[in-house]
Design a protein around this ligand. Structure first.
Ligand SMILES: [Mn+2]
Length: 246
């Protein structure tokens, strides 16, 4: 795997055009241009899209610009690895075989330059999130997905858009964010106590870099409020802000 390695998550590219989502997308494309300049490996750790659902013969046209940007990276021999999140789990062979280098339906472990990484989108980890874990099992269920795919795409997308518009947008209290950090720290510790060096998660829409024993936890920030990326140069892993004024 070529160094350096970049990690991003929770870009949440939107299905509907708006000034706000256009700005977010442009900002993310500036990051991809930087990746293209340095040459390297890119990991997308889930929720690249706010909603992505692929049919046997059909892909969403709204993300054409993104497909083009990823293709440019691939043409430059940059590997793009994509760990699916709870907003973009429903890929088929356009994503898995054509666009991305590799797509992961579950958490993934890698060894890069002698360091062991555990990558997870992060949804369903929290101890109090039992209801969500049930929902996660349903929306990742093969029968459910096949049935949903039978709906006409206009119906499937309209429903998803409605759900998505009701979803998380405005952030959580500091107290809630602290609870999340404590939970993820103990999740990370259970890996680092074994032989993992670095645990990287997305999903929680906060930017956290925390030393744990002789390893580290990164929670990648989202591209709505706090754009950032994880950066591994072969010896050090760090979380670097990529704020809008850059
Ligand atoms: Mn998520």
């Amino acid at each position: 795997m070529d160094l350096p390695v970049y990690f991003v998550s929770d870009i949440h590219l939107m299905l509907t055009e708006s000034e706000k989502s256009r700005r977010r997308q442009d900002h993310f494309f500036r990051f991809l241009a930087k990746v293209n300049e340095t040459g390297c490996t890119l990991f997308i750790v889930g929720d690249l899209f706010d909603f992505y659902f692929e049919y046997s013969h059909t892909i969403p046209k709204m993300y054409f610009d993104l497909y083009f940007q990823i293709q440019k990276l691939r043409d430059a021999n940059i590997e793009v690895h994509y760990i699916l999140g709870n907003h973009d789990y429903w890929v088929q062979n356009f994503m898995t075989e054509k666009l991305m280098t590799k797509v992961y339906f579950h958490d993934a472990d890698f060894e890069i330059a002698g360091k062991k990484f555990h990558l997870t989108h992060g949804d369903g980890i929290l101890s109090w999130d039992r209801g969500y874990r049930v929902l996660k099992a349903i929306i990742r269920n093969r029968v459910f997905i096949s049935l949903y795919r039978c709906l006409h795409s206009t119906i499937g997308y309209t429903f998803a858009q409605w759900i998505s518009n009701r979803g998380y947008r405005n952030g959580h209290s500091d107290e809630y964010n602290k609870r999340v950090q404590t939970e993820l720290a103990s999740y990370a510790e259970s890996y680092i106590k074994q032989d993992t060096d670095y645990v990287i998660s997305g999903h929680y829409h906060q930017r956290v870099e925390k030393e744990i024993l002789d390893g580290k936890l990164l929670i990648l920030g989202d591209w709505i409020h706090a754009p950032s990326y994880g950066y591994f140069d072969g010896s050090q892993l760090s979380l670097i802000p990529f704020d809008h004024d850059e």
